[in-house]
Design a binder for this molecule. Structure first.
Ligand code: NAD
Ligand code: TYD
Length: 353
C-alpha cells in the first residue's frame, strides 16, 4: 500500500474519526489526509485544532448523502483510499429518528462506494475502501459467547440495522465489482472528544455537575470497552496490512455491566474532585430502559491479534484515568458541545424517562 497518497477519511471531525485523522496526519507525512465531514451536531472542528494547520491535511465540509458531491471529491482530490467513519452513531437517536440513519449510513455509504468504483475504473491497484463498522451488527448476546467474524448478522436497533446494511453493501461491491475493501467491527469506544450523548462522557459530565446519572433499566447490560486510541491503532494496522475482502473484529476483552462501570467512574471522580467516597454514586438514578435494549456485546478479537499482532496498549483503569483527566482539563470543550442543541436533545431524551 506504499504508493497510496491521497487518503479520504470521512467523519474525521467526530469522536473516533478525529483520533484516526490525528494519527495519520502526524505519523504519515507522506500521505495527504482529506477529512470529509458534514459537521453535524457530532462533528466538531475543535477536535482537530492541533493538526488543522499541518501541510498534509485538508478539511472538506461535505455531506455523504450527496452523490454528485462525492464523485467530485474523488476526482478533484485523486483519492487513492478511503477510511469511512462518517455515520449517525447514537442508538437513542436512531430510535427517535431512524430515517437519518438510513440516509447517512446506508445511502451515504453507497454514494461513496459508487464514487470509488467510478473513480477507480482504470484499475484497483493500490486502492482500498476501508469501512469502519460496529459489533452491534451481530445483535445481542444472551449467553457467555463472543462475537466472531463469522457470527451471523442479527441487528436489533435502527442504528445497527443501518450499519449492517452498509456492511452488506460494501461486501456486495467487493463481490460484484471486485472493489478492494476491508471491514472492521469494533466494540464500544471511550476516550477524549466523545460527544456526551454516549454513556461515559455523559456520566463524567453529570457527575462533575452533580446532576442525576441516568442508568437505563437495571444497569445489567454489558458492553466491551476499548480505548479510542487503541481503535485508531487497529485501524492503522488493518488499513496497511489487512487482507482485501476480510473482516476483522476489534475489541478490548473488557466487559462491564453498565452499573458497575458507573460506580467505577463515580469512585474515580470522587477522588479527582476531592469528594467524600460514595458521594457521586448518590447521583445514580435508574430510568426507563431503552426500547429494544441489547443485553450484551462482547468481541473475540483473536483474528486481528493473531494475524496483525494488534492488541490494546493500556488497561481499562489507565484508559479511564486518562479519559477523566482529559474531560476535567477541557471544560471549554464540554461547555461548547453541550450548549444550545444539546440541551434540547437532553431534555427530550431524559425528561420522559
Ligand atoms: P460520531 O457520531 O462521534 O462522529 C460521526 C461523524 O460523522 C461526525 O463528525 C459527523 O459530523 C459526521 N457525519 C455524520 N453524518 C454525516 C454525513 N451525512 N456526511 C458527512 N459526515 C457526516 O461517531 P463515532 O463514535 O466517532 O463513530 C465513527 C464510526 O465508527 C461510525 O461509523 C460508527 O458506526 C463506528 N463505530 C463507533 C463505535 C463507538 O463506540 N463510538 C464503535 C464501533 C464503531
Ligand atoms: P451508549 O454509550 O449509547 O452505546 P451503545 O448503546 O451503542 O452501546 O450506551 C452504552 C450503554 O449504556 C448501553 O447499554 C446504554 C447505557 N446507557 C445508560 O444506561 N444511560 C445513558 O444515559 C446512556 C447514554 C447509555
Amino acid at each position: 500500500m506504499s504508493t497510496q497518497r491521497n487518503i479520504l477519511i470521512t467523519g474525521g471531525a467526530g469522536f473516533i474519526g478525529s483520533h484516526v485523522v490525528r494519527r495519520f496526519v502526524t505519523k504519515y507525512p507522506g500521505y495527504r489526509i482529506i477529512n470529509l465531514d458534514a459537521l453535524t451536531y457530532a462533528g466538531n472542528m475543535e477536535n482537530l485544532r492541533d493538526v488543522e494547520k499541518a501541510s498534509n491535511y485538508v478539511f472538506l465540509k461535505a455531506d455523504i448523502r450527496e452523490a454528485e458531491a462525492m464523485n467530485k471529491v474523488f476526482t478533484e482530490h485523486d483519492i487513492d483510499a478511503v477510511i469511512h467513519l462518517a455515520a449517525e452513531s447514537h442508538v437513542d437517536r436512531s430510535i427517535s429518528d431512524p430515517m437519518s440513519f438510513v440516509t447517512t449510513n446506508v445511502v451515504g455509504t453507497v454514494n461513496l462506494l459508487n464514487a470509488a468504483r467510478v473513480a477507480w475504473k482504470g484499475g484497483y491497484d493500490g486502492k482500498r475502501f476501508y469501512h469502519v463498522s460496529t459489533d452491534e451488527v451481530y445483535g445481542s448476546l444472551h449467553d457467555d459467547s463472543l462475537f466472531l467474524e463469522t457470527t451471523p448478522y442479527d441487528p436489533q436497533s435502527p442504528y445497527s440495522a443501518s450499519k449492517a446494511a452498509s456492511d452488506h453493501f460494501v461486501r456486495a461491491y467487493g463481490n460484484t465489482y471486485k472493489l478492494p475493501f476491508v471491514i472492521t467491527n469494533c466494540s464500544n469506544n471511550y476516550g477524549s472528544h466523545q460527544f456526551p450523548e454516549k454513556l461515559i462522557p455523559l456520566m463524567i459530565n453529570n457527575i462533575r455537575n452533580s446532576k442525576p446519572l441516568p442508568v437505563y433499566g437495571k444497569g445489567e447490560n454489558v458492553r466491551d470497552w476499548l480505548w479510542v486510541e487503541d481503535h485508531a491503532a487497529a485501524i492503522d494496522e488493518v488499513f496497511h496490512r489487512g487482507v482485501n475482502g476480510e473482516t476483522y473484529n476489534i475489541g478490548g476483552h473488557n466487559e462491564w455491566k453498565n452499573i458497575d462501570l458507573v460506580h467505577l467512574l463515580c469512585g474515580i471522580m470522587d477522588r479527582k474532585l476531592g469528594r467524600a467516597e460514595g458521594e457521586s454514586a448518590k447521583l445514580i438514578t435508574y430510568v426507563t430502559d431503552r426500547a429494544g435494549h441489547d443485553l450484551r456485546y462482547a468481541i473475540d478479537a483473536g483474528k486481528v491479534e493473531r494475524e496483525l499482532g494488534w492488541r490494546p496498549s493500556i488497561t481499562f483503569e489507565q484508559g479511564l484515568e486518562r479519559t477523566v483527566d482529559w474531560y476535567l482539563a477541557n471544560p471549554d470543550w464540554m461547555e461548547h458541545v453541550t450548549s444550545g442543541a444539546y440541551r434540547d436533545y437532553y431534555d427530550a431524551q431524559y425528561a420522559a424517562r
